[in-house]
Design a protein around this ligand. Sequence first.
Ligand SMILES: Cc1cc2nc3c(=O)[nH]c(=O)nc-3n(C[C@H](O)[C@H](O)[C@H](O)COP(=O)(O)OP(=O)(O)OC[C@H]3O[C@@H](n4cnc5c(N)ncnc54)[C@H](O)[C@@H]3O)c2cc1C
Length: 439
Amino acid sequence: MTSYVLDLAGAGIGPFNLSLAAQLDSIPQLSVRFFERRPSFAWHPGMMLPGAEMQTSILKDLVTATNPTSPWSFLAYLVAHKRFYQFLNAEYEAVPRKEFADYLGWVARGLTSLRFGAGVREVHADDGFFSIATDDGAIGARNLSVGVGKIPARPAWAEQLPNSRTFHSSEAAARLGDVKAPRVAVIGGGQSGAEIVDALLDLDQVSVIHWISRRPNFEPLDATPFTNELFTPAYMERFHGLPEELRLLHTHRQVLASDGVSASTLKKLYRRLYERKLEAAAGPDRGISLRPFRDVIAADQDGPEISLSMRNGFDNSIETLAVDMIVLATGYRFVLPEFLHSLENRIELSAIGEPILASDFSLAWDGPRDNRIFVLNAGRHSHGIAEPQLSLAAWRSAVIANALLGREHFDLGQLDPIVQWETPGRAPGLATHMGQAAE
Ligand SMILES: Cc1cc2nc3c(=O)[nH]c(=O)nc-3n(C[C@H](O)[C@H](O)[C@H](O)COP(=O)(O)OP(=O)(O)OC[C@H]3O[C@@H](n4cnc5c(N)ncnc54)[C@H](O)[C@@H]3O)c2cc1C
């Protein structure tokens, strides 16, 4: 039986709920608690490979965009660790992911509203609140914030392959060290695929690396100014007001604004490959084959070997390739977490099976409006490509804080965007929860 009812309980403590916890730390009148199943904070530990870099500015931290005087900013972290000047002197174009993860861990250790080693197991709707069973005991909360991240996406053709022959990029840090196979295929032309190819180049036991991507080439992340306008609250508000078919179309077209490879990683990889060519002139070259525009259609295990069949979009032919090991850098997908299954039939889903998110990031369900379920990292198609990124995390947390309080605690007003996205005089149902730009 639940004795105490919080204003908000959070499930999962990745960067997104951590940002919410950090923003809510400045509002003591709200009682909140966040639960994480890991024993301590960790940010994608499976992809913490040497040399991995951030794809976003450190100013897009957990709090700064809407709360620059918060004690939980990246700059406050630098000052606390006496590295402010050295950090500036290092002149990073892209900050090491390890350092940003350390910042996140520092915030996680500092906030008192977080509970680790406390997975959320079940949630039931009670009379005016949610009953939540966690590994740390039961608790009640009027609102929920679901920040459990996404799960690894594995293509259907890989399902039959044994674990010993394949792994997802999310396990790379643990599994790469054990790769004994001479011929390795990396599937996926995004940032994770590039980082894994880079790491495999260091392994002497790997003699051939095949890097396979569905995209027509190994394509860069577009981080130029007008594309970066997609990562602003003003754009997100307008995007959210569009009909679903337009949102899906735009998301598809904008893929390289969020899922391409950082220019620095591409350059580094290209130079490594070039240098190998130089070395090959003096001795035998270890092979690397770069195969963009290939759509893998089947993987058949033949004894110790796997035969990959691919459609090559460049010349419209079918290729086959024999490999010993496959690394799937094939991204992540959202699934409704198991602990919400008791509410599954009460949650409205979109045409593509995702929860329908209001402008304040709460999902549509048939329960009382005062009992909201905010979902973070499930809004790529409702709020745009910035939603699964850190870029607007601080702002989203402020939107949620305002929604919990029912007033504009955080000032979320925005200047008009530089680009005029919508047709003048035709505002397609812009949201008001998000701030004044919606008016
Ligand atoms: C390798 C990698 C690098 C990235 N780099 C960048 C970048 O540079 N810039 C950028 O903008 N974006 C980046 N992203 C995208 C995005 O910012 C991250 O994926 C981010 O970690 C998402 O945060 P999250 O809180 O939604 O999920 P996660 O980080 O996945 O955290 C979710 C947490 O929930 C916990 N959990 C799950 N189920 C339960 C449960 N039932 N009970 C309790 N806890 C639970 C998990 O253990 C986990 O700790 C990157 C993504 C990846 C994969």
